[in-house]
Design a protein around this ligand. Structure first.
Ligand code: PMP
Length: 357
């Protein structure tokens, strides 16, 4: 075969679908509600569009391959050394680079499941062996079982905190204990794509680990809280040695000049980013309460989405939401992940859900 036959078995990443227009009973067109991809609903941060337009004047030039200014800004913002930072074409690209940086064919990568759907793809795509460990009954990471799954082939462990798609978070000293219990040659990636939505002070900040521990890498992204999903900028914090290795094997020029300029402009808007995240966070308890009233055993969420363990009803509920012009993310037979949108969008979702159950 011209391509690796085993790749046919990999799941495909399912992007959020584009909604169809729907009308209400009176025939008025309703704006579509896109709650499938955990984006923040308020548009790019102020200054970002202008920064892109400005950078576009140099679009015939290659970008800074080392993202030097951006790495410096991130390091300064988060109390890191620039040598500890690597940027990527979305944090998903960095996850893939980490798999390449740590595994030979047949080496093992552990992650909790269900979690971010790109993990099996980036692992299998590089001929590493995926070792998914089932979530607990409460939909969170089973760290004891993940620790027990470590073998002498284990090279990498993904810990998604808060977890996509369930919203659950690891609290207290559990993460430190887990990291410290690992063999010296296993790297733990703490994927904090949703960190800005965490409100519980008992949820550890992975960057505290990245500053103090050799075997931890933290993944962050500008796609969610920072409103830049379409621009593709992620970053990681690690030891200089690990970060340097990841930077070495990047597909050259992976972060475009427009994306770098946009990221610098976005990072100037920390207060506005916080304000927007707080609007999202303020809606979370209302949605949790409403979906629980409708009968779902939804775990508490520390992210900008909630999980409905809808089991066999999943596809029917997704279809009903579709008819209401509300696009959510269904995992057939398991459940539904719904992004927290604006209050109006959330009302539309809750009305659709009430119609579905
Ligand atoms: N990690 C997690 C847990 C995610 O949910 C996502 C986006 N869905 C990513 C990483 C990747 O985000 P991006 O590549 O846009 O930075």
């Amino acid at each position: 075969s011209l391509v690796r036959a085993d790749l046919a078995k990999l799941p495909s990443y399912v992007p959020g679908r584009r909604p169809a227009d729907v009308a209400d009973a009176a025939g008025n067109l309703l704006p579509p509600v896109r709650l499938a991809s955990n984006e923040v609903p308020y548009g790019p941060l102020p200054g970002v569009v202008d920064a892109i337009a400005h950078a576009a004047a140099d679009a015939h030039r290659y970008p800074d391959a080392g993202s030097v200014e951006l790495r410096g800004r991130l390091a300064a913002s988060y109390g890191l050394d620039p040598d500890q930072v690597a940027t990527g074409c979305g944090s998903v690209a960095l996850a893939e680079q980490l798999v390449r940086a740590t595994t030979f064919t047949g080496d093992e990568v552990i992650y909790s499941w269900r979690s971010f759907e790109a993990y099996p793809i980036v692992v299998g795509g590089h001929s590493a062996v995926a070792v998914p460990v089932p979530n607990t009954a409460e939909h969170g990471h089973d760290l004891a079982a993940m620790r027990a799954a470590v073998t002498d082939r284990t090279r990498l462990v993904f810990v998604c905190n808060p977890n996509n798609p369930t919203g659950t978070a690891i609290r207290g000293g559990e993460l430190a204990e887990f990291v410290d219990s690992m063999p010296a040659d296993v790297l733990v990636v703490v994927d904090e794509a949703y960190r800005e939505f965490v409100t519980d002070p008992d949820v550890p900040d992975g960057l505290d680990f990245a500053r103090g521990r050799e075997n931890v890498v933290v993944l962050r992204t500008l796609s969610k809280a920072w409103g830049m999903a379409g621009l593709r900028v992620g970053w990681l914090a690690a030891t200089p040695h690990v970060a340097d290795t990841v930077r070495k094997i990047v597909t050259t020029f992976s972060v475009s000049s427009l994306a770098q300029a946009a990221a610098l402009a976005a990072l100037d808007q920390r207060d506005e980013m916080r304000r927007r995240c707080d609007l999202v966070i303020a809606e979370r308890p209302r949605i949790l309460e409403a979906v629980r009233k409708l009968g779902f055993e939804t775990p508490d969420s520390q992210a900008n989405f909630v999980w409905l363990p809808a089991a066999d009803a999943t596809s029917q509920i997704v279809a009903t939401c579709d008819r209401h012009g509300v696009i959510v993310r269904g995992f057939a037979g398991e459940g539904i992940r719904v992004t927290v949108g604006t209050p109006e969008e959330n009302d539309r979702f809750l009305a659709a859900l009430a119609d579905a159950v």
